[in-house]
Ligand binder design. Structure first.
Ligand SMILES: N[C@@H](CCC(=O)N[C@@H](CS)C(=O)NCC(=O)O)C(=O)O
Length: 211
């Protein structure tokens, strides 16, 4: 039975799980969540995920939320992407936790405010504050990637698939990969992985659907 991932193309958090599923070779299918139509705020969705968040993964009688947990699960099932040694496994988790707190959460919110809120509701001061804070996160990642192809070890791991997720999106949110040469090189390595797909090609849902 195929794994179901409740997701939408705009969700970088869902992309972390979708990309890991796709590159793992596991059989999976996306289930579109009408996030922008308010689906995650409805009672029925809260019954699946009390946190009211996308993504949600369902594999038979296993239901998981939080992209980092889904990535761990894919690692448990396939042995892939979790690091080659216990030390590497801890380092992978270190970067996944960092990403969830300092990179993706802040990029996700900034991108939402800049692109998906109605223009008259976009709070310029908050956006400026977030973009300034994010420079520290881009710097940490760019410095770490100096002389490295991957965040941990010698191949793609959950750390890469977590940290990269929002950085592939075309909507402007104050990040220009050309200004961060090590991040830019690393994103190109990820995109060169056999089977790699852009978030909008991997999951249903695209801002153009609402244009
Ligand atoms: N740490 C969570 C974050 C999930 C998350 O924030 N998802 C967003 C969509 S990208 C969401 O559903 N937000 C709804 C809300 O915050 O009310 C993960 O990695 O799965």
């Amino acid at each position: 039975m195929s794994i179901k991932l409740y997701c939408m193309g705009e969700s970088g958090n869902a992309y972390k799980a979708a990309l890991a599923l796709e590159l793992s070779g596991l059989e999976w299918e996306p289930v579109f969540v009408d996030f922008f139509g308010g689906e995650t705020r409805r009672e029925e969705f809260r019954e699946i995920n009390v946190m009211g968040e996308v993504p949600v993964m369902v594999d038979g009688d296993v239901t998981l939320t939080q992209s980092g947990v889904m990535q761990m699960y894919i690692t448990e099932k396939t042995g892939k992407f979790g690091g080659a040694t216990p030390e590497e496994a801890r380092e992978v988790m270190r970067w996944v936790f960092w990403d969830n707190h300092k990179l993706s959460s802040q990029v996700g919110m900034t991108r939402f405010l800049v692109n998906f809120l109605p223009e008259e509701k976009r709070p310029a001061e908050v956006i400026g504050f977030m973009q300034d804070r994010l420079k520290a996160a881009y710097t940490a990642l760019d410095v770490h990637l100096t002389d490295r192809d991957w965040i941990v070890g010698n191949g793609i791991t959950n750390a890469d698939m977590s940290c990269c997720a929002y950085l592939f999106y075309p909507e402007p949110f104050g990040f220009d990969r050309k200004g961060w040469p090590n991040i830019d090189r690393w994103l190109s390595h990820i995109a060169a992985q056999p089977g790699w797909k852009h978030p909008y090609d991997l999951m249903p849902g695209n801002p153009s659907d609402r244009a």
